[in-house]
Structure formats: structure tokens, C-alpha cells
Design a binder for this molecule. Sequence first.
Ligand code: NAP
Length: 398
Amino acid sequence: MTTPVKQHLIDPEICIRCYTCEMTCPIGAIQHDDTNVVVDPDICNFCMDCIPVCPTGSIDEWRVVETPYTLEQQYAFDELPEQDDIALPEDAGGEEIEAHDDVVVALLAEAHKGTGGKARAPATASKPTINLYSLSNPAKATVQGNYRLTDAAGDNDVRHIILDLGRVPFPVLEGQSIGIVPPGVDAEGKAHLPRLYSVSSPRDGERPGFNNVSLTVKREKMGLCSNYVCDLAKGDEVQVTGPFGSTFLLPSDPEAHLLMICTGTGSAPFRGFTMRRQRETPGARDSLTLVFGARSARDLPYFGPLKKVPDQFMRKTFAFSRAEDQPRQYVQDKLREEADTVGALLKTEKAHVYICGLKAMETGVEEALGEIAASAGQDWAELRNRMREEGRYHVETY
Ligand code: NAP
């Protein structure tokens, strides 16, 4: 009988196909085809370099197996197989493998200061469709609009892009991402990998009943795809993959109170959440809270439309880090200012926390929420882990 071994796998349902793990792996153990990203069991040496860079936690999957799943089997996974009833013998695979659970936990804690971890979808979320269109079978979309959201005089160029999918079925939920395939090839002559962007429109489209989605994209100085997307003109054709993501989703329960904390273009999914709620339950009161950080009002995507959303429908707080004649403020400062309200909210079972945007914000937000929970008499680590288990705590940062 074969000695059982621990095998590293990637959850195809959660993976958003950003390929960061593949680019990070120092020994080429991670590869992809048009469908899945997989780990070669003959190469992986459990170095764990891929663990902290994964934005979703889909990389943190392990199975004890007698015969490792082959690459072909992994490429065919729609979901991960259940763990069979196999025990790992004490002498199987050496110390690194034995100790790997602790290593993974430590790496995730270090990378995300506790905010990351394995995500779960809200219990009442709609079932998402994932990976319908792949690299070899991309959907073709036509650009319907490209509007600058930030002040034209500033150097922060953030765009609202609307893509029309025409007759191509493209079921996408708020919080999911899509891939855009930049044209051309890389230095090695290979087609570029798609870049991931969160959808900023609700499930029934930017314009309800029309088969279109919107994106919120910031031009990065050296960004191959962001420059391509930000320069798109009406009528241009774009290759789209996805949709991706099955956990950072909106609960269908209209009573669920969403605490949405974001910086910059991390606001994209929250625009989708808010518009869905506006269309579905326009009369709802006190069930949405947005804490939004940007350099200034001029740099804050959708500032004008957001200001018009009534406070009873969505409580909004803005933190500006570079506004003239004002001290620097960050989302964590605003959370502390609202400690009483946030603390009371965290005590309810209806609270859902979403954090999206710059990776650097995780530490500050985590500390602020920890202090707030403690002053409300709660053990934050215990509460956060329970909320994550219950699909009520979500972090998506890059
Ligand atoms: P940005 O304009 O560079 O920054 C937005 C605000 O965040 C600024 O006020 C900035 O302050 C502040 N900030 C910087 N470091 C912070 C920290 N440690 N804690 C709290 N606030 C901090 O933002 P951006 O370029 O739009 O970046 C948005 C990020 O979100 C990108 O990394 C993008 O990849 C990511 N994103 C993620 C998703 C997703 O996960 N689905 C979707 C869209 C975007 P300063 O003035 O001090 O810099």
C-alpha cells in the first residue's frame, strides 16, 4: 500500500485566476490551463511562498492522499474533492510537511495581520457562476462608455468603463470579478494573462435589463492592462474572461447590515452592492454603512452620486488623506470616530464586514476593529473568526 502524503491543491471555486501564486512560486510548481490553476505534486516542496500572496485564500487547500491528484485531474476539477478518511502517518514526508498547518496559519497571519484566511460566502448569497469564459474561449464585449471619475486636472485617473456583452450570456453577481485580456504578447511571445477587475455594477446590469457590466479602473503609470482599459473608446471590442469569485458576495437577506470599508478603486464591489440594494429594497433603512478612504474628494470615485444617496439608506463616512488644510485621515481613523455605532453593529448577528482596496489598509483596519470590539466587551479574534466561518467577514485586497 502507498504511504499517504499531504498534497497542496487550489480551490477552483474560490480562485479568481489572478495567477499571482504562479508568478510567485520560485520553482515553477504552479501552472494553469484555460480553466484552472493547479499545483504539480512532483515539484511542490511546500516552501509556502505562494501562501501569503493569494488574495482569496483559495491557495490554502490540502488533502491527505494515497495517490496525489494528477495535473490532468486537477485541471478537470469544478470543485475540490472531499478529504477521504486517510491518516497521515507520523513519519510521512518529513518535518516541513508535518508542521505545515502551523506554517500556513503563521504565514497567513503575518501576511494579513489576521484579516485574511479562508473566506466563505454569506449563507444567503445567490449561487455565483464562475469561469464561464476562459482564455481559449473569451467573451467578446463592446465598450459602451469610458468616463473619467476623478478630477481631470489631477494625476489620479480613475475610469468608469461600461462593457456591453450583447447576446453573450454573462451572469455575474455583485462582488465578482472579470478578467480583461490585454492585446499583444509578452517578452517571451506569449499572450498576456488576463487582469482581474471587480465588477462595479449590480447583477441586472449597469442599465437594468441590458446585458452590460461596469468596471472601476485606475490608470497605473506602468500598467499594461490599466492603460489599455483606460484608453478604450466607445465601440472598441474587448476580450473578457470569468466571472470569478464565489465568496465576496452580497447576502440576499435584506436585513443583513453591510459594513463596507474601502480605499480608492476598492469601492467597485460596494457600488454594485449599493445599487443592488437600491433596486431591490429602495425603502430599506439603516442597513448599509460605507467607510471610504481616498486622497481627496476629487480622487474619490463616484463622490458626486454617493453624496446623493440618502443617509437613512446608507450611512457614509469619507476619510481624506491629502485634502488641503486638513489633517491626514484614514478609514481606520473614521472607524474609531464611529466606535459606538460600529461596536454596537458588531454585536449583532446581522453584521457583515467587507474590506476591499489597498493591502496596506488591513493592519490599520484590523487594529481599529480590534479596539472597537474590545471596548464593546468582545474578543475580536474570536468574533472575527466566527464571522468569517459564518460568511460574514470578507477581505479582498491587493
Ligand atoms: P489610492 O488612491 O492609492 O489610495 C486610496 C486611499 O488609501 C488614500 O487615501 C491612501 O492614503 C489610503 N491609504 C494608503 N495606505 C493606507 C493604509 N495603510 N491604511 C489605510 N489607508 C491607506 O488607492 P488606489 O490606487 O485606488 O488603490 C486601490 C487598491 O484597491 C489597489 O491596490 C487595487 O488593486 C485594489 N482593488 C482591489 C479590488 C478587489 O480586491 N476586488 C478591487 C478594486 C481595487 P495616502 O494618501 O496616504 O496614500
